[in-house]
Design a binder for this molecule. Structure first.
Ligand SMILES: [Zn+2]
Length: 107
């Protein structure tokens, strides 16, 4: 038998709750199309590629994957779903943010 519990508060979901909510959070690197010029196509990128490969070897496989794509899946109870949709990305206080963070939130 499957057992679900709320990943936020730990409450049992199938017996204690009438409804269960699934949350999927996908974090992936943004893609901005490159502008490739004729000069770019004529460059020799061997040295640059060698440097990139060296940097990649220093990082672990998981760190490389996490830098590009990560998915999270959670189950929530009704109360936690209500709280989550009100504020899915809780922000740090202004004191915790770096000066040029882009934090706006009406401030
Ligand atoms: Zn909950």
């Amino acid at each position: 038998m499957l057992h679900f519990s709320c990943d936020r508060c730990g409450k049992g979901l199938l017996l204690d709750e009438d409804v269960r909510y699934e949350v999927t959070i996908e974090v992936k690197s943004g893609y901005d199309p490159l502008e490739i010029t004729r000069e770019d196509l004529q460059k020799d990128f061997s040295a640059e590629i060698a440097v990139l490969l060296k940097q990649m070897k220093k990082k672990g496989k998981q760190a490389l994957e996490d830098g590009v794509y990560k998915i999270f899946k959670f189950d929530l109870c009704l109360q936690c779903q209500k709280e989550f949709i009100k504020n899915p990305l809780p922000v740090k206080s202004k004191q915790e943010l770096p000066e040029r963070s882009g934090f706006r939130n009406g401030q």
